[in-house]
Design a protein around this ligand. Structure first.
Ligand code: HSE
Length: 425
């Protein structure tokens, strides 16, 4: 059989993972693909002392497209700029592309898939979401017979690594982030991770696959984990919750809501126990009910597994991989119209009647209290935090209530609000 000849763009964590995996599992991969996978060329701005498995090295990334010994381009550079240029040039030339680049897919995916279809070639994106978890294939193939109701999951390994380190070791945020970077989990610009942008890119892709929404990253409401404190984590624990950074996309009568934010989840749901770099994505299908996909969400080997899965599919002759790019639902629900339960921490003066005043404000806004505690004794100046978990409430009403609470004379500092989700569909 003719080998499938790949050209690899980039020589970072993922590209090195691909080279290592081809070296270790090359024979098995060739059997499954029906033909050997051969590294014809590797292009990167800077050379590195790694085994290129016989691939010719060059600094000319775009040059991969014009080489006649490259059958498939693997775009493993990341970011926009030259990575986007390479993918567009390759698709325009009718050459299949495999990419791990969620940023270009979430930003320009609509036109990239259109180009792939117009040029009758493949665009493989399994590696773009949740690292080693085959979530793209699961949504596009395994669950193809389902109407998808909702998706909720941990889709940024760096955030989960940091939150886990804070919760289990009391680690400082910056130290945990530095470790995640050293382990090769974080983006080149780690604010994409901790600011929720990477998760939003991934949710954009999942939503397109699940609901047929356009690949429009602007539609996702984004909150990161930069403001999460050890105090938040301890308070959540005391109430029976764990704080996770979640991506949630849900079908409603008014369209699709899509948001990424720190979320209190009950300690006894599976996702609450997904730790470190591991990701987990729950998908509710109308035939399957709840399904859950768990695995490493970042790192060279795990992501390389997903990249090479697409290479194998192309070697087997699949011309259009996961996604047809057709928009079937373009109504997005603005965040003000999203309904979600909330956790509130309200610093108050410790005196009779305070709790009643808080309950009145919440009641006036139609907000039901699910649970409330005043855990600590007054620490100084007779001040104490009251923690409340509410029933699901409209975002706009919750913001009004938080504003009104802040105006109460007995409330002596900013009201902390985090969302709560019981992950029940
Ligand atoms: N920086 C990403 C993460 C890598 O931490 O999940 C995988 O996309």
């Amino acid at each position: 059989m003719q080998p499938l000849r790949i050209g690899i763009a980039g020589l970072g964590t993922v590209a090195q993972g691909v080279l290592d995996l081809l070296k270790d599992n090359g024979e098995l991969i060739a059997q499954r693909a029906g033909r050997p996978i051969q590294v014809a060329a590797v292009a990167s701005r800077t050379a590195k002392d790694v085994d290129l498995l016989g691939g010719a090295f060059s600094n000319d990334v775009l040059g991969l497209v014009s080489r006649n010994d490259v059958d498939v381009v693997l775009e493993l550079i990341g970011g926009e700029g030259i990575a986007l240029e390479l993918v567009e040039a390759s698709l325009a030339a009718g050459r299949p592309v495999v990419t791990a680049n969620k940023a270009i897919l979430a930003g320009y995916g609509q036109r990239l898939f259109a180009a792939a279809h117009a040029n009758n070639t493949a665009l493989g994106i399994e590696a773009s979401v949740a690292g080693g978890i085959p979530i793209i294939g699961s949504l596009s193939s395994g669950l193809a017979a389902n109407e998808i109701e909702s998706i909720a999951g941990i889709i940024n390994g760096t955030c989960n690594y940091i939150l886990t380190a804070m919760a289990s070791e009391g680690a400082a945020f910056d130290d945990a982030l530095a470790n995640a970077q050293a382990l090769g989990y974080a983006e080149a610009d780690p604010t994409f991770d901790v600011g929720g942008i990477d998760a939003a890119h991934k949710l954009t892709i999942l939503s397109a696959l699940a609901f047929g929404t356009p690949l429009d990253k602007e539609a996702v409401h984004i909150e990161g984990i930069e403001d999460i404190t050890l105090q938040d984590i301890k308070d959540a624990e005391a109430l029976g919750y764990t704080i996770k950074h979640l991506g949630i996309a849900r079908r409603t009568d008014k369209g699709i809501e899509a948001r990424v934010h720190p979320t209190l989840v009950p300690q006894d749901v599976l996702i609450a126990n997904v730790n470190g770099v591991m990701n987990a994505v729950a998908v509710w299908g109308n035939a399957t009910g709840n399904t859950l996909y768990y695995g490493p969400g970042a790192g060279g080997a795990a992501t390389a597994s997903a990249v090479l899965a697409d290479v194998v599919a192309i070697a087997r002759g699949q011309s259009h991989l996961e996604f047809d790019g057709v928009v079937r639902e373009d109504r997005w629900v603005p965040i003000q119209d999203v309904v979600s339960a909330a956790y509130l921490r309200i610093p108050v003066v410790d005196e009779p009647g305070v709790f009643a005043r808080i309950a009145t404000i919440l009641g006036d806004h139609g907000i039901s209290i699910e649970g409330a505690i005043q855990r600590e004794r007054a620490i100084q100046n007779r001040q104490v935090p009251i923690s409340v978990v509410t029933q699901p409430v409209l975002e706009a009403d919750m913001l009004d209530a938080v504003r009104a609470l802040g105006e109460l004379p007995v409330v002596v500092g900013p009201v902390r609000r985090l969302r709560v989700d019981h992950l029940d569909g």
